[in-house]
Design a protein around this ligand. Structure first.
Ligand code: CU
Length: 579
């Protein structure tokens, strides 16, 4: 059970919550509830100090993050969640396939857990791997209600790891999340200090010439957008945490030279996308979103909010390595140390330059690979009474991705949508803005979605019966987010027929990356290998790009389907209803 000393440390400082003495050989890092099938989780406020200033967090069993839950594949688990907060709460088991009434989404699965009450979750765990859990109420995830889940496979670790560490990334702010949201509504650039400066302008004129520079700047000004709109909420307010430890102190995990160490990276942040690397160690990715993939060795990967990646590293000699997770907009980083001895220190790398969004990130690529699309026709022109969710005949073989043309729904036209992609290409083979040059320039191989191949055969080999094209839309300046221009409050549910196989084709009509999470059903990402389609629960859709996945609607009920960025999900959300 919970270590009393860790509990007290957490209350006093918030620093070193998980660092204290918990990284012993062969165990999971962090505060961990021992393998069991019966858990009691208490949600309550605690005083913390992540930044040098005292603040209050919402904690699970007295810690931020909450304890790592260790489950066994095939067992029935019971989780009694008691709410000692002053508002309704909930816990969602992210990526776990379970009955809809156990999914923990207030308004869809259940009414939520009122203050002072206990809700008992009970379900069978039919999968293994790395997952996480978090509140699905208000801004409670931002204030600390999240933790890791590790489900041990029935047949033992398939990757032959000698040691195992959870690496849970998150973003902490001393500000009230409701105040952050209000600021974003008033001024969407409030937290963005990456706007380009006069010296940048001269540099651009020198390299591209005055005319090209003027045209480029005019384009951005016309759109009232910025080419540095990489993150809404940044290191200006955020302190990025690794296992609940700020960069100032840094989390430490132990290993021995020659060991195969499994690092279970979880992006449990509210609003942050991280680029992760470990200078001096190559990482072999063995699982994505808890699901085994064919091992692929890289130097760096981008992890969207709510995604998880398991990697294997093998430190060859007695040494210390920095686990470095810089935020996409380079406004800060989370860091930790993997070391053979607590006395060794590892150098801290510099952050990479701030990425600059270009035409490609606006869906204006000329021929950057991917699928050839038909010219864009608005749904207004094509079907004057187009439904919100245009259902089309499937185009393209299962596993290879959608080949359908881009159709902007009639509902996408209006002041609530400030951009529509003209010629978006598939983002499946693109490492993403800021990472594209790393291979050539820095010799760092960066993970691409196209490298994710399921280690097991595609469970449902059917072709999709139909295809749903869903556009990620918004108006950055007004800070309004939606699917197909329709926000959640005004939207009809996305109707899926029980048992059907359907393709969802996401088109990102914004300048930001959105991590899209479908509850209850796998998102089978079409990465190019029909017989081995990888399963994900959260798919990062890059700016101005498309991505498609297959869904077998094999679980009845009402499921949440939304962008996992905390301040986007109010608008960019649908109920997916399987009936
Ligand atoms: Cu979003």
């Amino acid at each position: 059970m919970l270590d009393r000393r860790t509990f007290v440390t957490g209350i006093l400082s918030g620093y070193g919550l998980l660092a204290a003495g918990s990284a012993s050989a062969g165990t999971l890092s962090g505060t961990s509830l021992s393998p069991s099938s019966d858990f009691s989780l208490t949600l309550a406020p605690i005083p913390v100090n992540f930044t040098g200033r005292p603040a209050f967090a919402t904690a699970i069993n007295g810690t931020v993050p909450g304890p790592t839950l260790s489950w066994q594949e095939g067992e029935d688990v019971t989780l009694r969640v008691t709410n000692h907060l002053i508002e309704t709460s909930s816990i969602h088991w992210h990526g776990i396939i379970l009955p809809t009434t156990m999914d923990g989404v207030p308004g869809l699965s259940f009414p939520g857990i009122p203050p002072g009450e206990t809700f008992e979750y009970r379900f069978t765990v039919n999968q293994s791997g790395t997952y996480w859990y978090h509140s699905h109420s208000g801004y409670q995830e931002q204030t600390g209600l999240y933790g890791a889940i590790v489900v041990n496979p029935r047949e033992g670790d398939p990757d032959g790891a000698d040691r195992d560490h959870v690496i849970l990334l998150s973003d902490w702010t001393d500000e009230n999340p409701a105040a952050i949201y209000t600021r974003l509504k008033k001024m969407s650039h409030y937290y963005n200090f990456n706007e380009r400066t006069a010296p940048d302008l001269y540099r651009q004129i020198r390299s591209e010439g005055p005319l090209a520079t003027w045209q480029d700047r005019a384009m951005w000004n016309d759109m009232r957008m910025s080419d540095s709109d990489l993150a809404d909420v940044t290191g200006y307010t955020y302190t990025y945490l690794m296992n609940g430890v700020s960069p100032a102190s840094g989390w430490t995990g132990l290993c021995k030279a020659g060991e195969r160490v499994k690092l279970r990276f979880i992006n449990g942040s509210a609003m942050s996308i991280f680029d992760v690397r470990i200078p001096g160690l190559r990482m072999t990715v063995v699982a994505a979103d808890g699901q085994d993939v064919e091992p692929v060795t890289v130097d760096e990967f981008r992890i969207g909010t709510a995604e998880t990646y398991d990697v294997i590293v093998t430190p060859e000699s007695d040494s210390a390595y920095t686990l470095f997770a810089q935020s996409l907009d380079r406004s800060g980083f989370a860091r930790g140390t993997l070391t053979t001895s607590p006395e060794l220190v590892a150098a801290l790398p510099a952050m990479d330059p701030v990425p600059i969004l270009g035409h490609e990130d606006m869906g204006m690529a000329h021929s950057a690979g991917g699928h050839a699309h038909e010219p864009v026709i608005s749904a207004q022109q094509r079907h004057p009474h187009a439904h919100h969710h245009s259902a089309l005949a499937p185009a393209g073989t299962a596993g290879l991705g959608s080949a359908a043309g881009i159709v902007h729904a009639a509902t996408e036209y209006g002041p609530h949508v400030d951009m529509r992609t003209e010629n978006p290409v598939s983002g499946i083979d693109d490492p993403g803005v800021g990472l594209r040059e790393h291979g050539q320039r820095l010799g760092r191989e960066v993970l691409r979605y196209s490298q994710l191949i399921n280690r097991h055969p595609t469970a449902d080999p059917r072709q999709p019966g139909r295809e749903i094209q869903l556009h990620l839309t918004g108006n950055m300046n007004r800070y309004m987010w939606s699917f197909n221009g329709v926000k959640f409050a005004d939207a009809e549910p996305l109707e899926l027929q029980y048992g059907e196989r359907v393709r969802i084709h996401l088109v990102n009509d914004t300048m930001m990356a959105h991590p899209i999470h479908l509850h209850g059903l796998w998102s089978e990402l079409e990465t190019g290998e029909p017989s081995r389609i990888p399963r994900k629960h959260t798919v990062l859709v890059q700016p101005g790009k498309t991505v498609s996945y297959l869904v077998s609607a094999d679980a009845l009920g009402r499921w949440a389907y939304h962008c996992h960025l905390q301040y986007h999900m109010l608008g960019m959300m649908r109920e997916a209803r399987v009936s």
